[in-house]
Design a protein around this ligand. Structure first.
Ligand code: HEM
Length: 454
């Protein structure tokens, strides 16, 4: 058999259009493209996107399990995430594999341990309150930029533990980098010239240099801080952390990890919160029930269900990716080394056999169903599962709690907002438009206490 025939035979079926056209469709209409491929080609299909010759999409939980529990030497996530390299840097935990990955992951874990969440609560509440206090009553408001502002402030303060001019400059520099990365020019460059091509764009390079010009001196300054041991912020913890051989992280490693936490840690949560609001204002009963629960301060079962349902129905990241280091048999196909396999979060979450009426927003489904390790996967899985999952869920609950405690939102019968691509996230196309109907008197000193479930 000729190599060409051999390779066309081994991959699951998929669209035949040229790769740049598939990429453009993937970026412009991810959810529509995925639904169409699932319909036409079945549970496992192949798409052509930048970064690898073939991307094999998996939607059967058994295949997802095979990937998440597979040998990390064979299923490399770092290479699968290489699109993030220009921003995060080569030491980022997201871009490493095998031993170097486990070393970084262990160093990063302590600040994200579930038990530490309570320590971030006051910070989260205060920042949320300060921002939502500025929202106008009776006028349309785009929630997404507001959520971005809140979550960026939270992660910056959690990471650095300081306020002041350095944060102001860093905030501006980070927003500039993100605007560059998510701009139309970058997307087009990626589609036509391949993954990572945008790193050569001078505007992107300059924006990144501005971030580094703040981060690197801040790391050096903090290394010399006399009160390092008493400080509770993430940077101070990371500066004191050592690996099995007693080695701490170097400045460049720290820079890349800080950048990872700042970038991975705010846009994802902000977008999930925006989707939650977008859904809630279209589901008056769900919204009212949430308000009642927060006001009564008795548990957070409904809040938990609302957050889980939002992450199921509107996952901000549509796939997780692993690049095969040797041939692997999945779904009856022997896939060669170099193939990217992608457990498809979006389509797994829309399986009618697991989620009856899968396109409907029904938080109540979580009142008697626990999230399955391979069927509810907004945070990925296995040794690569999102390090910030507990932090993100806690943050979502805290901020949503503050919003519904502080105000009544107008509900609407307008159609749901369409999905829009921003780099690797999928956001509400109208930026989650809401209207504050009226402000509420605070019934208790704080909104309810929130539980943490990773
Ligand atoms: C709703 C919000 C969030 C979502 C939906 C999300 C989703 C994800 C996903 C899908 C992955 C890839 C997992 C895999 O490959 O299996 C990931 C990895 C990661 N996330 Fe998140 N994330 C969120 C919030 C956060 C936050 C708040 C932080 C930190 C402050 C964070 C830090 C990370 C890190 C460091 C990794 C890399 C883990 C590794 O490679 O070992 N994320 N996240």
């Amino acid at each position: 058999m000729s190599p060409a025939r051999a390779s066309s035979a081994i991959f699951p079926p998929g669209p035949r259009r040229p790769a740049p056209l598939q990429t453009l469709r993937w970026m412009r209409d991810t959810w529509g493209f995925l639904a169409e491929c699932r319909e036409r080609y079945g549970e496992t299909f192949t798409i052509r996107l930048p970064g690898a010759d073939r991307w094999v999409f998996l939607t059967d939980p058994e295949h997802v399990k095979q990937v998440f529990t597979g040998d990390p030497k064979v299923f490399h996530a770092g290479e699968g995430n290489s699109v993030l390299l220009p921003i995060l840097g080569r030491h980022s935990v997201l871009l490493l594999d095998e031993k170097p990955h486990m070393r970084q992951r262990k160093l990063l874990l302590p600040p994200f341990h579930g038990k530490r969440m309570a320590g971030y609560e006051d910070l989260m509440r205060q920042i949320a309150r300060d921002t939502i206090a500025t929202w106008p009553v009776g006028q349309p408001l785009r929630a997404w930029p507001q959520m971005q502002q809140i979550t960026l402030e939270i992660i910056m303060r959690a990471v650095f533990g300081v306020e002041g001019s350095q944060l102001r400059d860093l905030r501006a520099a980070l927003e500039h980098v993100m605007a560059e990365v998510t701009g139309k020019r970058t997307m087009l460059t990626m589609a036509l010239l391949g993954e990572g091509a945008f790193r050569r764009l001078p505007t992107f390079r300059r924006a990144l240099e501005d971030v580094d010009a703040i981060l690197l001196p801040e790391i050096a300054r903090r290394r010399d801080a006399a009160d390092l041991e008493e400080r509770g912020d993430i940077l101070s913890m990371l500066l004191q952390a050592t690996d099995e051989d007693g080695r701490p992280m170097g400045d460049r490693e720290l820079r890349d990890e800080l950048m990872t936490l700042l970038v991975a840690g705010h846009e994802t949560t902000a977008t999930s919160l925006s989707w939650a609001l977008e859904r809630l204002v279209r589901h008056p009963d769900a919204l009212r029930r949430l308000q009642d629960e927060v006001r009564d301060g008795e548990g957070d079962a409904w809040m938990d269900a609302v957050c889980r349902e939002t992450l199921r129905l509107c996952p901000v990241i549509s796939i997780v990716v692993r690049e095969l280091q040797e041939p692997v048999e999945i779904a009856g196909h022997t896939l060669p080394a170099g193939t990217r396999v992608a457990p498809c979060i979006h389509l797994v979450h829309r399986r009618p056999d697991i989620y009856p009426d899968p396109d409907a927003f029904r938080p109540e489904r979580w009142l008697d169903q626990t999230p399955g390790t391979y069927t509810w996967i907004p945070f990925g899985g296995g040794v690569r599962r999102c390090l910030g999952a507990s932090f993100a869920l806690f943050e979502m609950k805290t901020i949503l709690g503050e919003i519904v405690a502080a105000m009544d939102l107008q509900t609407t019968t307008a159609p749901g907002e369409r999905m829009r691509t921003r780099a690797i996230t999928r956001t509400p196309g109208g930026q989650a438009q809401i209207v504050v109907a009226r402000r509420r008197e605070r019934e208790s000193a704080g909104a309810q206490a929130v539980g943490v479930a990773g």
